[in-house]
Write a protein that binds this ligand. Structure first.
Ligand code: ASC
Length: 587
């Protein structure tokens, strides 16, 4: 077969694919006065996948990992019927970045807003995508996200409304970044919660749009080619095809379990225009630092030498890498998309170049005139010291020496049904001892475990100071991406060392801070946030590194939960909620 006829065939396949996508899109949509209603049924099951050439059970939605992208217009309603076909495991899906105003029961957080859905059951999520931008969804049950249960949500502006970008773009595409482990999550969770503690380690592969390449020879010469085979087309690198001269918007989402990344496209600069659904004062960069739980949109001009292809790469930053860089092919049409670029993939920045990462964090500002400014003062300041410690010999992460765990009865149901004995009613601590030395190896022998929460006055303004510190390892302080459910916050500032109330508050950016839902806390540093507690309910605020969340790195903010509607029966069935299930009527 000649290359031309192969290309023609592929073009036809791509056109057929696009036509069938449009048909699926139309079949799933019902127009309504408020916007379209998108109604999906997602069968969630385990399937063998070869995402990085290595055969591994992954969670698929309707057969695919990562799951299907959700495309919607601002104001549309999304309905997802999640059918749990995992056979032996519950499931819950969180719609990350969607504030769930009025639909708090659809936040999808096991232990907070719902009892996770049991095998064989179906749970229906329903919410409105009220703002344009780039969001994501992923499992919020145990350490299930890392099995591949995730995808992207793309919300477009209504027709005729242009994006306030420095220049228009021709095509809108997305890139899902993730990391991939070969051990299953049961083993990894057991290792984290055992004595002796066994850390999950660095991932085996980095994935771009669900594709990576594991070096199968590491398995030894006798390894079965059915288990790992580099020739398997399922693990051919992801291809980003561009037409010479055109401008592309790439919506980039990081769904890693652990890794912080630098993303770049060889020879092409990127203009950053959106972060977590908020418009950014545009800036140009060669590489984008992106932390787990963050999304960005960048504009890329396909104006380099069109006779060749280029590399798009991700490499691990902020932890000493032990994983090869992730590679995709940035393919200039009509070059063959399987043609490797003639160059070596660019190495990316040094993993420990902290200064360059902090500088990029500081560069991300809100687009003037398009983003609400923060209140100039706050009603309350909560300082959260992030430390690693042991409790009864178990490794944990704590905030102000309290490591949090989720109760068997989801908080929101407990609050609505006034069941006070299922979680700790003592308020969670809001500060730490001023003598604490953030640079010395953490001892924290007085740490405790708790299910306590922070109760906030509804509509009040709250500042959070995230304070980093040394772990239990000498000269080590880790980066933590913190994610808030149900709200966006203004990022007022970042700094190194210990936050100083006297000198640092005066340096806050109250003029054009970016609004985000996920933000990095850099090593040995602090990050200051402000948000308005204006969304009734109880909301998680946690480290988006899945193992750290599992090890207690979370707090909960409650405000106005009395305004939330009564719990639907579908959200109940676990812990003390069982007594409220009405067996006489179908759920
Ligand atoms: O929580 C963690 O534990 C390990 C290490 O600190 C102890 O093994 C690590 O790298 C983490 O991020």
């Amino acid at each position: 077969m000649s290359e031309v006829s192969f290309l023609e065939r592929m073009t036809r396949v791509m056109i057929m694919f696009e036509v069938s996508c449009i048909l699926i899109y139309l079949v799933n949509e019902v127009p309504s006065a408020e916007g379209r209603v998108h109604n999906y049924t997602w069968e969630v099951s385990y399937q063998y996948k070869y995402l990085d050439c290595y055969k591994k059970l992954a969670i698929a939605i309707n057969g695919i990992t990562p799951g299907p992208a959700i495309y919607a217009v601002q104001g549309d309603t999304i309905i997802v019927n999640v059918v749990n076909n995992l056979v032996m495991e519950n499931v819950a899906i969180h719609w990350h970045g969607i504030r769930q105003i009025g639909t708090q029961w659809s936040d999808g957080t096991d232990g907070v807003t719902q009892c996770a859905t049991m095998p064989g059951d179906t749970f229906t999520y329903k919410f409105v995508v009220d703002r344009p931008g780039t969001y994501m969804y992923h499992s919020h049950y145990g350490m299930q996200r890392e099995s591949g249960l995730y995808g992207i949500i793309r919300v477009f502006l209504p027709k005729g409304q242009p994006e306030p970008f420095p220049f228009p773009y021709h095509y809108d595409r997305h890139i899902i970044l993730s990391d991939w482990y070969h051990r299953n999550p049961y083993e990894r969770a057991a290792n984290l919660s055992s004595i002796p503690f066994q850390w999950v380690g660095e991932p085996q592969s980095l994935l771009i749009n669900g594709r990576g390449k594991y070096n199968c020879s590491l398995l030894g010469s006798t390894a079965d080619s059915e288990v790992c085979n580099l020739k398997n087309p399922a693990c051919f690198p992801a291809v980003l095809t561009v037409i010479p001269g055109k401008i592309y918007r790439y919506r980039i989402a990081s769904l890693t379990s652990l890794s912080s990344f630098s993303f770049q496209i060889e020879g092409h600069s990127m203009t950053v225009v959106e972060a977590d659904g908020t418009y950014v004062e545009p800036f140009v960069t060669q590489n984008l630092y992106i932390y787990s739980g963050e999304t960005y949109s960048v504009l890329v001009k396909a104006t380099q030498d069109p006779t060749r292809n280029y590399w798009a790469t991700v490499n691990v930053v902020s932890r000493r890498p032990a994983t090869p860089d992730g590679l995709a092919i940035f393919n200039y049409y009509p070059n063959h998309f399987h043609k490797f670029p003639p160059t070596k993939p660019p190495p990316g920045p040094l993993w420990n170049d902290a200064e360059s990462r902090i500088n990029q964090s500081l560069t991300i500002k809100a687009l003037k005139g398009r983003v609400e400014s923060p209140p100039k003062t706050t009603d309350r300041v909560i300082v959260l010291l992030n430390t690693q410690n042991t409790i009864d010999g178990y490794y944990r992460w704590s905030l102000n020496n309290v490591s949090h765990s989720l109760p068997a009865t989801p908080y929101l149901i407990a609050l609505k049904k006034s069941i006070s004995d299922v979680f700790d009613q003592t308020p969670a601590p809001e500060s730490y001892s001023p003598d604490y030395d953030i640079f010395s190896v953490a001892k924290n022998t007085n740490a405790t475990s708790s299910t306590s929460i922070h109760r906030l006055v509804f509509n009040s303004t709250v500042d959070i100071i995230l304070q980093n510190a040394n772990t239990m390892t000498k000269n080590n302080s880790e980066t933590h991406p913190w994610h808030l459910h149900g709200h966006d916050f203004w990022v007022l500032g970042y700094g190194s060392g210990k936050f100083n109330n006297e000198t640092d508050v005066g340096k806050y950016n109250l003029d054009n801070p970016i609004m985000k839902n996920t933000v990095p806390l850099h090593s040995y540093g602090w990050t200051a946030l402000r948000f308005r507690a204006d969304n009734p309910g109880i909301w998680l605020f946690h480290c988006h590194i899945e193992s750290h969340f599992f090890m207690g790195m979370m707090v909960l903010f409650e405000s106005g939960s009395e305004m939330v509607s009564e719990p639907p029966q579908a959200n109940m069935g676990c812990g003390a909620t069982k007594r409220f299930i009405d067996n006489t009527t179908p759920a």
